[in-house]
Design a protein around this ligand. Sequence first.
Ligand SMILES: *Cc1c(COP(=O)(O)O)cnc(C)c1O
Length: 434
Amino acid sequence: MENKRFDTLKVHAGYRSADHNNAVSVPIYQTTAFSLGDSYRADKLFAFEDEDPIYTRLSNPTVDVLEQRVSALHGASGAIALASGMAAVSYALLNAAGKGGRILTTARLYGGTVDSFDQIFEEFAIGVDIVEDADDLAEFEAKIRPDTKAIFVETLTNPYGTIPDLEALAALAHKYGLVFITDNTVATPYLLNPIEYGCDVVVYSATKALTGHGNVIAGIVVESGKFDYAAGKHPQFEKPLWFLRDAAGDKRSILDIFPDIPFTGRLRAIHLNYLGAALSPFDAYLVLLGLETLSERVSKQVSNARIIRKFLENNEHVAWLRHPETADSPYATLAAKYFPKGAGALVSFGFKGTEEERRRFLAATEVFGYQANIGDARSLIINPAQTTHVELTPHHRELAELTDDTIRLSLGLEDPEDLISDLKQAFEKAYAIS
Ligand SMILES: *Cc1c(COP(=O)(O)O)cnc(C)c1O
């Protein structure tokens, strides 16, 4: 599958039917363990000299196809699939930080990610520094400390669709020897490949548009293969370890064993191995199935988002509308640069009215589903300040500029005329009694 383009890779990469009894659809290897054969083969498997699967927590042929496919979609050196997007985010940040390291980030993050810094990273003695003005490169630079190990941002944020200048942040990270990690969940690899702009590690909640059918919880971490983990800033990759010893009993480092995939290799050998958030083969199969239509789904969702945005832009019930593609958005230039195919399928607006009217509006939609998810084939509506982002402290809420009146739409695949009619009738019902 070399030299093939995105839409070809998304249905073919990482799989040859001839290697799987000529099965055309990727088989689900629903097995815990794999026969070790003879004890000589077992020696090789356990010394990392043979890559065949041993035990499904560590690797599995169905999951492996997904990892290779997503890696190919990014032109990356490797990927690792995990049981959730939260596992992908937390494992990637723990891996980069190492012992006592710090992560530099912003408050414009998934609510669970922000709260995990206080609830988990603090217990692990990993410091997190938050840049208050996420558009200010100078503040990022000023907050880099000697023990900072990585910069982490979301490429297209939820709910407001702000966009960081990825190339500038990659240059800054690399100037200080830091790993540049992005969460590309909202964008999906169809709209943006962060590796093309210097990103070293990309994480996904595959639960969202990557799979796109609202039927799975899954996460993926992808690595570019270009970052130099031997430069001294990340000693966890260079340290010789007993459990990685060779047949002669000599200790080896992560870099010795996984020279092309040190980041995901270490995630597999340590985080997946011992923290254990393994993706099940059946769920990997569902993600693969969703991936086959990624471009078709996301382009239709972007088109629906544009139609709905235009409807809301001239609407008397809308106090404000934030989307990177509106002419007056401060992110219009970055959107044109990084998102030529469209800046995603989320549209957020301020509901004009009382809290009671807002509650009635949320209760009145019939096509839009009221639920905590995004990127589904079905259109969704939610009030993020009171639900998905409820964990944010008042300070983090202020930094994320999250307001109580925010309504977030995640556009699905329905007919846009039905979506507009649904919003119209919901607005009518919201104000009917007052
Ligand atoms: C949903 C989401 C996550 C968490 O993913 P899960 O699959 O729900 O664990 C992380 N980052 C972003 C941007 C998300 O939208």
